[in-house]
Design a protein around this ligand. Sequence first.
Ligand SMILES: Nc1ncnc2c1ncn2[C@@H]1O[C@H](COP(=O)(O)OP(=O)(O)OP(=O)(O)O)[C@@H](O)[C@H]1O
Ligand SMILES: [Mg+2]
Length: 377
Amino acid sequence: MPGRLFPLGGPVSEEDIVDREDFLISLETRLLECQSIMLAGPRRIGKTSLALEVIRRIKGKENYVAFVDLFRYNTKRELALALINACLENRSGISKTTTALKDGLKKITGAAKLTAKLQDLEVAFGLPGESKSDDDLFNYALELPEILAQKDKKHMVLVFDEFQEVIRIAGEDALKVMRSYFQVQQHVAYLFLGSKEGMMNTIFGDKKQAFYRFATILPIPSIPSESWVEYISRKFQAQKITISDRVILEVLSLSGGHPQDTMLLCSEIYYSLLEAGVNNLGLDFVRLGYERALSSLSPVFDELLDELGRIGSTRRVLISLTRGLRIYSGLSSNPNEVKRAVDVLIDKAIIEKSGRGAYHFVEPMLKEYLNRKIEVF
Ligand SMILES: Nc1ncnc2c1ncn2[C@@H]1O[C@H](COP(=O)(O)OP(=O)(O)OP(=O)(O)O)[C@@H](O)[C@H]1O
Ligand SMILES: [Mg+2]
C-alpha cells in the first residue's frame, strides 16, 4: 500500500518481496517449460505475492498470463466469465472484455473493432448473452487458454489463486472436467495456489482425485533471517533510524520470521518510534511494538479460537502445545481423538509438524497470545 513503510494485508510489490529470488527463478523456469505447479501454504505467507511477481516477470517476456482468484466467485458462470476475461485481456487490453462486448453490441459504436479483434475466438457474438448454459460457458472457458495461446503463438501461464474453492463454486465434478481439458493443452502451464493445505494436498496428491500428479507440488521455502536482516535494516535506515543486527534478530525471534507477523511487528515498532520522536531503535521499542502488534492481532486470534472451540479436543491439544508438552504423552484423551485434533490444527495451518510427534506453531505470536490467555480457558 502506498505510503506504508512495511506493507501489510495483501500482496507486496517487487521491492518489498523479501528474499524469494531463487524460488521465483525456479517457478518462472518451470512454468515457461510448461510444467504446472501447486503451492499450498498457510495464510499470509506470501503465496499471492509470489504468483503476481512471477506473472509480472513472465508477461514481460512476451508471454500471455492470466490470474483468477477463486475467493471472489460463487458460481460456475462467474468463474467461467472471470477465466474468459483474464484470458482475453491479453489480446484486448481491457480487463472485462465480455462486458465491453455486451455493452458494445447494444450501443454498436466501438464494438466493431473489439469484435474484429476477437472474431477468430468465437467469443464475439453470443458469448456474454444468456443463451449459453453455465456448463457450455465453463467448458469454453477451460478451452480458451490453449486456443488463444495457439492462435497467437504464445506461451500462456494461468494462475488459480485459492484453487481449493473450485469445489465450493462448481462442485467436485468440475475438477474432472478441468483436468480433461488441461491435460491435453500444449501451450499452457498452470500455477495453482491454495491456503487450505489439507484440501490442496488431497486434490493434487490423492490417487482418487482428478488432479492427481497433474502438477508438481513445491514447498514454499521460508525466508532466511539474513534476508530479513538486510531488508529491515535497509527500511529503517531509509527513514534515518539507526538499528543494530542484534535488535533485528530479536524482532525475528519474536515473530518467528512469519512474513506478515514480521511486517506487522516492524510496522508497530516504526510507529512507536515516530510517535515518540526517537530515531535509534533499541530493545525497549521492540518490546513496545510487540505489545502493540499482539493487541492488533488479538481479534484475529480470538476468532480463530472461537472457531476451534467448536471442534472436539482441539483446544486441549492447543493448550498442551502452548505449554510445550508432547501432546500424545501429556494428554489423557484417546489417541484417535488427539490425532483428529492435530489434523484439524494442521489443516487450519495453526501448527506444523517438526518431527516425530513434535509440532510447532506457524505463528509464534499466536503461541505467546495463548500463553497469556491460557488461564482463561
Ligand atoms: N516475501 C515476502 N516479503 C515480505 N513480506 C511478505 C512476503 N510474503 C508475504 N509477506 C507479508 O505477508 C502479507 C500477505 O502476503 P500475500 O497476500 O502475498 O500472502 P498469501 O499467502 O497470499 O495470503 P492469503 O492467505 O491471505 O491469501 C503481505 O502483505 C506482507 O506483509
Ligand atoms: Mg493470497
